[in-house]
Design a protein around this ligand. Structure first.
Ligand code: PDD
Length: 255
């Protein structure tokens, strides 16, 4: 049974209720985090809690708990969930995207402060619908002909052996997976640059990947109906995945 923490109480999901007048419900005035749990260990806990704190500050909301209190609440939730691998207090359901996904490009119709992990996700939902209508799994967003991110992911490309991803600014969510991928690639000596990516560079890239906490690193094999690379997950993606999985295998609570 899924357990949630609401207003200081641990409750079965079915019993958790919020008022119809809740500002989050009415105005979308709220922020959130998605933390994956592997083998009962929360992945990148400090990074997620720091981002939550930044998001709360951005929307003028006091963080109700200290980092230590958050840690205790989250560890309690993890303990009470029957599954070893979890996301949002539920079993972590992983789709197998290892053969690659199809993506489409869309205009980034979202607002100006995409660095905040806000619950107000209507534009992202509509962009995902647009992708689904075109038989694609993710929408890769462009603003003024430069890549920002995916509807619910960050974007990487590989160009002649160099991995590139857009720099952090207000146009993108500072992805925890993105940061870790950069750190791991650089640590292994693979060239990786945080640099603006134009539409032209995106469509002609040797490889495209998208990253998120629940998807990890997913190769894009088709963009707007055109094959990327040789139409199969690229070699660099394979390397990045191996490094990422190795990191996960060796992770400790402090990771
Ligand atoms: N979404 N950009 C956007 C717009 C996202 O919604 C997400 C993640 C990311 C990747 O961030 P991270 O690596 O920290 O998960 C980037 C999550 C998984 C979600 O809302 O379900």
């Amino acid at each position: 049974m899924a357990i949630v923490y609401l207003n200081g109480e641990f409750l079965p999901l079915e019993d958790a209720r919020i008022s119809v007048l809740d500002r989050g419900f009415i105005f979308g005035d709220g922020v959130y985090e998605v933390l994956p749990v592997y083998r009962r260990q929360i992945f990148r806990l400090n990074e997620h809690l720091n981002r939550l704190d930044n998001s709360l500050t951005s929307i003028h909301m006091l963080n109700p708990l200290t980092l230590e209190q958050w840690r205790v609440v989250l560890m309690t939730l993890v303990e009470r969930c029957p599954e070893d691998n979890q996301s949002m207090c539920k079993p972590l359901i992983k789709c197998d995207y290892s053969n690659g996904i199809r993506a489409v490009t869309c205009e980034d119709i979202r607002w100006k402060w995409c660095h905040i992990k806000a619950i107000t996700l209507l534009p992202s939902v509509l962009l995902r619908y647009e992708a689904a209508e075109k038989d694609a799994t993710e929408a890769i967003l462009l603003k003024d002909d430069f890549v920002t991110e995916g509807a619910a992911s960050n974007v990487f490309i590989v160009q002649q052996g160099v991995v590139k991803t857009p720099p952090k600014d207000d146009n993108i969510l500072p992805g925890i997976t993105r940061d870790l991928v950069i750190e791991l690639l650089i640590g292994t000596g693979i060239p990786c640059r945080e640099i603006k990516i134009s539409r032209k560079e995106l469509v002609s890239a040797d490889e495209i990947w998208i990253t998120s906490s629940t998807w990890e690193i997913v190769p894009v094999i088709e963009l707007d109906g055109k094959t990327i690379g040789n139409g199969r997950p690229g070699k660099m993606w394979g390397k990045a995945m191996d490094i990422y999985q190795e990191f996960k295998k060796n992770m400790t609570v402090s990771n």
